[in-house]
Write a protein that binds this ligand. Structure first.
Ligand SMILES: Nc1nc2c(c(=O)[nH]1)N[C@H]1C(S)=C(S)[C@@H](COP(=O)(O)OP(=O)(O)OC[C@H]3O[C@@H](n4cnc5c(N)ncnc54)[C@H](O)[C@@H]3O)O[C@H]1N2
Ligand code: MOO
Ligand SMILES: [Mg+2]
Length: 420
């Protein structure tokens, strides 16, 4: 297919949201696998987690002090300390043997079970320990009146038996890890990381370890995309870059599609004589989902379903590859790994600079945010051309600029999509 034929090759432009919907229809969840809790962080749960016991499962003291009957100390004050006989010492992790009755107290530690009969714990700082005159037993003088229930977390005060704690698809972070550990999940069922095959195409590409050669460049997209795949929760499989030969590309893609959950390519989707993905799509036996998206950069981004697997063909320009990944591949990977909300949330920010260029299509500009006087402000992270690679590293968001001819002014509110 030469470039004239490529121009004629049907391209119908569709909106970003429509492209996302077309891709989303083909998401298949990966199979669950069991991993040790300590290796599960960042993964997503493959099942709902319910509480099979209450938390706490015993009445728990919240302080170091004395377990008492609150009725005994209603009149207690520094001027009128009330003396109680201490009958037991209760460390955390032990079961109290004795019951508190009027006139009695037990020394208790933070986290220990409150003994039967006691309905309050008085902090150590509100007491004085003393020996009763002539007596052999220890007493405590309570100098503060605390109401019933003080410093005691009741059974199920935090979590009730049978509560839904974590829903399937929840990402395991610090709080989730604490819950899983509390409920005895030393091994957790999580969705397998989607394996994502990454191909770069282009006869100009050198391997990273190669000497630079005239007119040629090292393959940076594969490594950028692999880092993005990891950040999205996938497992990248970097494939040898392919030359601009349709037969070679087709057979490499066919092999990879049998082996991974998603295939990404970069390059070769525009109208150049050697834009080889277009040739492959022209003759392959899969289903083309789209081959032009109303966005800049990455207008020629294409996608297909082939052997029941998704193939996402990103533009070769580094900026376009990066943005195309964030908009399309990242939500796919998250959804395959169990996320129920794979799309980034839109946040409002104020433009920190004028942006003069209008565009026939919405733009997704690599942006950098900062907070000023409590407001989020954003500006491009560098030169916003899709051929420019170096501005990717500083981007923490994509700035969405709607289509239009005028450009945008400093202080205008815009939507940003954080890159997380
Ligand atoms: N006549 C037209 N020319 C172009 C158009 C157009 O509409 N009409 N669109 C431009 C836009 S916009 C983009 S984006 C690019 C898309 O190009 P391709 O997806 O076909 O990508 P390539 O031609 O293969 O490469 C473009 C550029 O990126 C460099 N590249 C490619 N792969 C890598 C890699 N793995 N690592 C680093 N850099 C890579 C490549 O050398 C080229 O410089 O087309 C425009 N042209
Ligand atoms: O589609 Mo290109 O990525 O705008 O530069
Ligand atoms: Mg090209």
């Amino acid at each position: 297919m030469n470039s004239d034929t490529k121009l004629k090759f049907g391209r119908k432009v569709i909106a970003v949201d429509e492209a996302r919907s077309l891709l989303y229809e083909h998401v298949i969840l990966t199979n669950p696998e069991s991993v040790p809790l300590s290796s599960s962080f960042g993964r997503r749960l493959a099942l709902d987690i319910y509480a099979d016991h209450a938390v706490p499962h015993f009445r728990r003291s919240g302080v170091d002090g004395y377990a008492v009957c609150s009725a005994d100390i209603q009149q207690a004050s520094p001027e009128n300390p009330i003396s109680l006989r201490v009958i037991e010492r209760i460390p955390s992790g032990t079961i109290p043997k004795l019951t508190i009755q009027s006139g009695l107290a037990s020394r208790i530690m933070t986290g220990a079970p409150v003994p039967g009969g006691a309905d309050a714990v008085v902090m150590l700082e509100m007491t004085d320990s003393c020996r009763e005159e002539g007596g052999h037993h220890t007493s405590v003088c309570i100098k503060k009146n605390v109401p019933a229930g003080s410093n005691i977390t009741p059974i199920a005060g935090e979590i009730g038996f049978g509560d839904l704690l974590l829903a399937q698809g929840t990402r395991i972070g610090p709080g989730e890890a604490a819950i899983l550990a509390t409920f005895g999940y030393s091994v957790v069922a999580v969705y397998r990381r989607p394996r994502v095959g990454i191909f770069s195409t282009g006869s100009e590409l050198l391997n990273v370890g190669d000497q630079l050669q005239p007119g040629r460049i090292r393959n940076s997209n594969s490594y950028m995309l692999a880092a993005q795949v990891e950040a999205a929760g996938g497992s990248p499989v970097i494939m040898q870059a392919l030359s601009d030969d349709a037969g070679e590309v087709e057979s490499a893609l066919r092999d990879a599609l049998a082996d991974v959950d998603l295939v990404l390519t970069s390059g070769g989707v525009s109208v150049g004589d050697y834009d080889v993905l277009v040739d492959v799509f022209g003759r392959f036996d899969g289903k083309l989902l789209f081959n032009k998206v109303a966005m800049r950069p990455g207008t020629p981004t294409s996608a297909a379903v082939w052997n029941n697997r998704l193939l996402l063909a990103l533009s070769g320009n580094p900026g376009a590859s990066f943005v195309g990944f964030e908009l399309f591949a990242k939500p796919l990977i998250k959804a395959m790994a169990g996320s129920r909300e794979p799309y980034p949330e839109a946040i409002s920010a104020f433009l920190d600079v004028d942006y003069d260029k209008g565009s026939a299509y919405p733009r997704y500009v690599r942006g950098i945010t900062h907070v000023e006087n409590g407001c989020l402000r954003v500006k491009p992270s560098g030169i916003d051309k899709s051929s420019i690679m170096v501005s990717i590293k500083d981007a923490d968001c994509l700035i969405y600029l709607p289509a239009g001819g005028k450009g945008f002014h400093r202080e205008e509110p815009v939507i940003v999509y954080p890159i997380v």
